[in-house]
Design a protein around this ligand. Structure first.
Ligand SMILES: *Cc1c(COP(=O)(O)O)cnc(C)c1O
Length: 403
């Protein structure tokens, strides 16, 4: 759904109001309406007569047409996400964040094209480029996330797109988005940013010159660890092509999931603020712990790209990592197995805290990731941060007892 309003309000107000169009929240002619656009389940849409059917065929995105083109439930979520990004013209929804990344790239690239991807990219993004895109005749070069304007040296005559992720969701290096955007704009290269860590609240990507802002809504926007969903929000220049490519690829989302995601979006601001605050407190505590070699959190000086984060972002979310001074991954069982308040699992951005051992070095190809001991990633939830600190303190004590 394309929209062009709502950008004059502050983000918190947009979060509360976006997507609640009267024609989606009240039956025609009713004297009152409901707050949330309801869950519209549909495959078949019934037209009143042949003239209405022909009008639909002539303008299939102008209203209800066929289930795959969405219903007011998905349009409300698309509209709300678009309204959160100043400068954006439309949003398309996907059944996962990975599907959103795949659709954005497939809408832009064809055989013979060249793609630049950050070396800090989410691993499934890399495997999509290395396998699916390669098989389609599209070549990928990985770049140092700290490259900035130096990315110009990697551009080839057939470079069509740059895929950024800032900060990287395992290593947390922050990129110089404006510098990379300037290089891209001067050469007609399209920039796609995986903005899942910051969301448009902490980094309004389109406003910073990015052409396509991708989110795994699975993480912070849905926020409750029970939905898979992705989105690409983009400008007027790119929306029609993205929309038609996504339709041809057959992407659509279930209305129950769209409803849950929109419900999550309403409280995104307060959750992010609280989770970010707790995470920063825990990050500072970890940075002072004798077992910890370094903390990978963009708001901490020393994190690669910290100055860029301070310049460009309005805050930090609740996902960060820390590197231990010694030991092997197998030994982290002593730390994580008996934690009371951290689940062990993939994904992040939910209301509950998670811990995950990760290994960046084998994923990288353009740069090296050095770490003397294991890397652990924390997704800080809405629990009391002091309970989380006490839990981690006990875990780190168990870990150190092994040496
Ligand atoms: C999880 C994640 C994705 C993919 O989202 P799914 O909904 O799990 O497919 C994309 N990018 C980043 C940075 C992620 O963490």
């Amino acid at each position: 759904m394309a929209v062009d309003n709502g950008k004059d309000k502050a983000p918190a107000t947009r979060l509360a109001e976006a997507g609640r169009r009267a024609d989606w929240t009240r039956p025609p002619g009713a004297r009152a309406g409901i707050v949330n656009p309801p869950v519209w389940h549909a495959s078949t849409i019934l037209f009143d007569n042949l003239a209405a059917l022909d009008a639909g065929i002539a303008a299939p995105d102008a209203g209800l047409y066929y289930g795959r083109r969405g219903t007011p439930t998905s349009w409300a979520l698309e509209t709300a996400l678009t309204e959160l990004e100043p400068g954006a013209a439309g949003t398309c929804l996907y059944p996962s964040g990975v599907a959103a990344i795949a659709a954005a790239l497939l809408s832009l690239l064809k055989a013979g094209d060249h793609l630049l991807v950050t070396d800090s990219a989410y691993e499934p993004t890399r495997s999509f480029a290395d396998r699916t895109l390669r098989d389609l005749g599209i070549e990928t070069t990985y770049y140092d996330p700290l490259i900035g304007a130096g990315i110009a040296a990697l551009v080839r005559p057939n470079t069509r797109a740059i895929l950024l992720e800032s900060p990287g969701s395992l290593s947390f290096d922050v990129q110089d988005v404006p510098a990379i955007v300037a290089v891209a704009r001067a050469r007609d290269i399209v920039t796609v940013l995986d903005n899942t860590w910051a969301t448009p609240l902490l980094f309004p990507a389109i406003g910073h010159g990015i052409d396509m802002s991708v989110q795994a809504l699975t993480k912070y926007v849905a926020g409750h660890s029970d939905v898979m969903m992705g989105a690409v929000t983009t400008t007027a220049a790119h929306y029609p092509k993205l929309r038609s490519a996504s339709y041809r690829l057959g992407y659509c989302v279930g209305p129950d999931d769209a409803y849950l995601t929109l419900r999550g979006l309403r409280t995104l601001g307060v959750r992010l603020a609280q989770q970010g605050k707790s995470a920063l407190k825990i990050a500072h505590w970890l940075a002072a712990h004798p077992a910890v070699e370094r903390v990978l959190h963009p708001a901490l000086p020393g994190c690669p790209g910290h100055d860029l984060w301070a310049r460009d972002f309005t805050g930090a979310s609740g996902l960060f990592g820390f590197v231990l001074k010694q030991g092997k991954r197998s030994q982290t069982a002593a730390l994580i197995d008996d934690l009371d308040h951290f689940g062990i699992g993939f994904s992040w951005g939910g209301f509950e805290s998670l811990i995950l051992p990760s290994n960046v070095a084998p994923i990288r190809t353009a740069t090296q990731f050095e770490a003397p001991g294991p890397l652990l990633r924390l997704s800080i939830g809405l629990e009391d941060p002091d309970d989380l600190i006490a839990d981690l303190a006990a875990g780190l004590e168990r870990y150190q007892a092994q040496f």
